[in-house]
Design a protein. Structure first.
Length: 219
């Protein structure tokens, strides 16, 4: 009973549902299974395990969707900030190309970091420096780097940090739900494994009836 992809898990749920439904409705299978302990109470036990797995599967899907949406919102904001920063960075390098001290203060020395935390640190340093050093910002006015644009970027950075926190939380929720769901599927697998083992014994005289329980039988 594979747990590797969404499709296989939906198939597992459906095949188990059919098996537990048919074992109670097939007039030949039912008494044979009851004789080996799989009466209504025992089948209800399996149904409860199945329903739990289905419920957790649905919850996991919802949390995975929430994680995906949270990441998309975060990433769209990050890209927008990065695009604006890339342009402002070029402008500052032009204006201050002969002033290595200011270039250093603005974090413009060397390549732009690729990791998120270092990238954010570099971008924040740039705009915070411009925000506090008005004389430096004034020199960029001719290239349309203004007090308002700096304020907007700082506000966007604050929003980005909130969005990343929301994404990390959504990711953690989804990961925890995946772990819980997989445990439920393992419980279902164990119960159904025993169920099919008993069914093979019960239906030794009628092996083709195993197909009613979702098991392919060679003719």
């Amino acid at each position: 009973m594979a747990l590797k992809n969404t499709r296989s898990q939906t198939e597992i749920l459906e095949s188990c549902r059919i098996a537990l439904q048919n074992v109670e409705t097939n007039p030949v299978i039912k008494p044979l299974m009851e004789a080996l302990g799989y009466n209504t109470t025992k089948i209800d036990e399996g149904k409860a395990i199945l329903n739990n797995a289905k419920t957790l599967y649905i919850q996991n899907q919802e949390l995975e969707d929430a994680r995906g949406k949270a990441y998309q919102t975060f990433e769209e904001k990050r890209v927008a900030i990065d695009l604006k920063y890339a342009t402002d960075r070029k402008k500052a390098k032009i204006i201050f190309k002969t002033d290595p001290l200011i270039l250093k203060e603005l974090g413009l020395k060397g390549a732009l970091p690729r990791t998120y935390v270092k990238w954010l640190e570099t971008v924040s340093l740039f705009y915070n420096t411009l925000n506090t050093q008005t004389e430096v910002l004034a020199k960029l006015a001719t290239l349309q780097v203004t007090t308002q644009s700096v304020t907007d970027q700082l506000a966007a950075i604050n929003e980005l940090e909130d969005l990343r926190a929301a994404y990390i939380q959504a990711k953690g929720n989804a990961q925890n739900a995946t772990k819980t769901k997989n445990k439920a599927f393992k419980d279902l697998e164990k119960w159904m494994s025993d169920f099919y083992a008993v069914a093979r014994i019960a239906l030794e005289g009628e092996p083709q009836l195993l197909e009613s329980l979702g098991k392919f039988v060679k003719s």
